[in-house]
Design a binder for this molecule. Sequence first.
Ligand code: DC
Length: 223
Amino acid sequence: MIIAIDGPAASGKSTAARSLAKRLGITFLDTGAMYRAVTLDVLRRDVDPTDAAACTAVAEAIEISFDVEGRILIGGAPGEPEVRSEAVNRRVSEVAAHSGVRRAMVAVQRRIGEQASAGASGDLRGVVAEGRDMTSVVFPDADLKVFLVASPRERARRRAEEEGHPERAAEYEADLARRDEYDSTREDSPLVEVEGALRLETDELTPEQVLQRLIEEVEALRG
Ligand code: DC
């Protein structure tokens, strides 16, 4: 089973996708972490994030995998917490906009999706993949497609709280707005809400309620 979840930055996708995968006992795929890993490598190598060819070369050479908890590994070493640093936040949208970078990452994502879904029948197998183009480009035939949204203010509040800086919510709101604008207007695979996706507005929902709603959808699918 392939479950594809898209939505803007800090809409609660990671929390929802991770907990859903855990509950179902299937693979969790955090594709934002992959673009963050490429960006981290670009910065470490002093590559210019606006240089499409150089960023593509980094994306083609990088060795990305995930540990059993779904946390990203770069060349086998933990990518957290550096992949969430402010330096990466500032440049990741630019790096992720290069078509060559996306081509390299999409190939890895589809391979992980195929590997996770293949195998013995009976047990539920598959992947919960979250990002910006899971429903539109990477897994357009997913069994379940979800578009998670929350207001800019609520997303900034959650992100600031997560980072332990509730007083910086206004600053986070500006950063998220900048990234949303970039991610939604880029030429290759912009964030879009596809027809047929379940739209979930999460301002008024707890993470547990979001999870519950998704489980109901999966149960309906499985009959
Ligand atoms: O979900 P996130 O904030 O970790 O994503 C980081 C950046 O990566 C985001 O600004 C857009 C990009 N991204 C993307 O272009 N396509 C994806 N499938 C996932 C993330």
